[in-house]
Ligand binder design. Structure first.
Ligand code: AGP
Length: 608
């Protein structure tokens, strides 16, 4: 997820672009750049790291122009370096492009362009766009139409050219783009916060639409060239609220970003037609995958819960022995791993000290290593032999939500890949699982529909000081995750337990003051879990049941029912965690807690 901004008008574009990028830093902040044009001149400045580094460079080398584009990056292809930072220019230095998204077919396009003599200077997918525009005629609008039609993937693009001065051309297919209408000036950006200080009249582009901005007008059309009439929306948010897209907290916004994050994590990684998986970045070719005898998954916190789910996925889909350990434990236990072990390190930040140390311990013992991570170029991704990135975009809230569900999706892809390369899964089995993956995003949308009910429930349940979460099988890690979400943002004591353990101790806790959250989708463990919940009810416990839609048995038993659509049992954790995230969020809000920055916690634990 990156941030794009464009400006054309009477003001000096650089401060407008920099202010816009500042308000888009929550979308990505590993490198940034601006480009300004004036008649026949085009100048760019880029910097790795925080936006402040770019500001420093601009102070030393000011840019002059009458319009321009800017970009703040969240790397998906190519390390977060200055040369990979946007804007990108073509070989002639006359055309400039900024991009948010993933061009899936960039490798084949790059080969085609290289064969025509184009020189590439970056590792990014985006650079193919500017070279393709160069091969088109000078009319930038027409060029963009022709180029966008050839792109596969998701893209929000803004481009400008000295061959067609005085215009910014923007189009989207997937990631958002909004046009700001000013007086004698116009704007384009990834999101409202970037331009809200300048105008409240916004036009939101839809997929397959294009906007051509000049100083005094904006023309809208379809990619096919059909003119469109689009009326502006008057935005009433205040700027701070706008960075949260109108949500009260980043955590709530990120809970709602999960459908998109899951989609982005799946993009380009498999073909439904051929049931092929494309996980080259894992650097685990089929023969290496076949040499693996067991898998060890290592992580901390919420990522450790994802690892626990991953174990079920790998053992079920790849028929490979899998075990899970905390980073803080693995690193000190002189682990038994070797070249036949695949050690997978899961981390949103890629900087967690215990997980990083565990990775180095595994490498020292000759294990094959892979990272599942959300931050391109982070330490763990640099040390691991291969990486499977989650494309969740920056996660600002300390409590991990979209990173967790995208970790589950990435682990499922890894398990599928291992199963396929080891000949354990038939094409038909892979195909049906991939089909379930493609439906997941929409099902998460459905699960988010429970929010109103959960917000209402939280008025009552925010009064309790102890919670118990129960799950079985692959839902046991979700019981742990639900408990962690609640305790870390509302400071309520909460425990997750495998429900089969109830009779070995926790059942002594049950009374009317202890709400029990039972995660009971219709799976192999359903009947057992229902009987555990009946034991809770028999002792006056309160039961909140996360269950399958239409489950009347649970509805008759539980005090509260949170029904979900059904999917493959291995993917069901992606759905069952959603109501638990929302429950933790709303209880914490009702208790007046600092949801985005809970006490004593940091987003990335880079100390031991
Ligand atoms: C999760 O909500 C917490 N913020 C925390 O447990 C986190 O998952 C843990 O610190 C691991 O972080 P990582 O994924 O960046 O390695």
């Amino acid at each position: 997820m990156c941030g794009i901004v464009g400006y054309i008008g009477p003001k000096d574009p650089v401060p407008v672009l920099m202010d816009g990028l500042k308000h888009l830093e929550y979308r990505g902040y590993d490198s940034a750049g601006v480009a300004v044009l004036d008649g026949s001149t085009l100048a760019t400045e880029r910097a790795a790291g925080k936006l402040a580094n770019l500001a420093d460079k601009l102070r030393l080398h000011p840019l002059k122009g009458s319009y321009g584009v800017g970009h703040t990056r969240w790397a998906t292809h190519g390390r977060p370096t200055e040369e990979n930072a946007h804007p990108h220019t073509d070989c002639t230095g006359q055309i400039v492009v900024v991009h948010n998204g993933i061009i899936e077919n960039y490798l084949s396009l790059k080969e085609e362009l290289k064969a025509k003599g184009h020189l590439f200077r970056t590792e990014t997918d985006t650079e193919v766009v500017v070279h393709m525009l160069e091969d088109e005629g000078p009319d930038l609008e027409l060029a963009m139409r022709n180029v966008a039609r050839r792109l596969v993937g998701i893209f929000a693009l803004a481009a400008a050219s000295t061959r067609d001065p005085g215009r910014i051309v923007a189009t989207r297919q997937g990631p958002p783009l909004v046009v700001g209408l000013g007086r004698d000036e116009n704007f384009v950006a990834s999101d409202v916060p970037a331009i809200l200080h300048h105008t409240r009249d916004m036009v939101f582009l839809n997929d397959g639409e294009m906007a051509v901005l000049t100083r005094d007008q904006v023309r809208f059309s379809t990619l096919g060239g059909e003119p469109l009439t689009k009326s502006p929306t008057r935005i009433t948010w205040d700027p701070i609220q706008a960075e949260k897209a109108g949500f009260k907290h980043f955590m709530q916004k990120e809970i709602y970003e999960q459908p998109r994050a899951i989609q982005d994590t799946l993009v380009g990684r498999f073909s439904l037609d051929s049931s092929q998986l494309y996980l080259e970045e894992l650097n685990l070719p089929p023969e290496a995958a076949r040499a693996i005898r067991r898998v060890v998954l290592v992580a901390c916190g919420t990522s450790w819960h994802a690892a626990l789910c991953g174990r079920y996925m790998i053992e079920k889909l790849a028929r490979l022995h899998a075990e899970v350990d905390y980073g803080s434990e693995f690193r000190y236990r002189d682990p038994m791993v070797d070249e036949e072990t695949l050690c997978v390190f899961i981390s949103q930040s890629g900087e967690t000290a215990d997980t990083l140390a565990a990775l180095r311990e595994a490498k020292a013992k000759g294990a094959r290593t892979a990272a599942i991570c959300n931050v391109v170029g982070s330490m763990i991704t640099r040390d691991a032999d291969g990486v499977l990135y989650t494309h969740a975009g920056p996660e600002i809230g300390v409590a991990s939500t979209k990173a967790f569900t995208t970790q589950l999706v990435a682990l499922d892809l890894l398990a599928l890949y291992l199963g396929q390369t080891r000949g354990v899964l038939s094409l038909a089995q892979v195909a049906s699982h991939l089909q379930a993956l493609t439906l997941l995003s929409g099902q998460v949308e459905q699960a988010l529909g429970l929010e109103a009910r959960i917000e209402e429930m939280s008025r009552h349940y925010s009064r309790y000081n102890d919670f118990l979460y129960l799950g079985r099988g692959i839902q046991y890690p979700i019981a742990l995750e639900g408990a962690l979400k609640l305790k870390e943002i509302s400071y309520i004591h909460a425990e997750g337990y495998p429900s089969g353990e109830m009779k070995h101790g926790p059942i002594a806790l049950i009374d009317e003051n202890l709400p029990v959250v039972g995660i009971a989708p219709k799976d192999a463990a359903y009947d057992k879990l229902v009987s555990n919940l009946e034991e809770v009810k028999a002792r006056d416990g309160k039961v909140i049941a996360v269950c399958s839609q239409g489950d009347t048995k649970i509805a008759a038993l539980a005090d509260e029912v949170l029904p979900l659509p059904d999917t493959d049992p291995l993917l069901m954790p992606v759905l069952t965690v959603i109501p638990l995230q929302l429950l933790a969020y709303h209880i914490a809000v009702k208790r007046g807690c600092d949801v985005d920055q809970p006490r004593n916690l940091a987003k990335s634990v880079t100390v031991e």
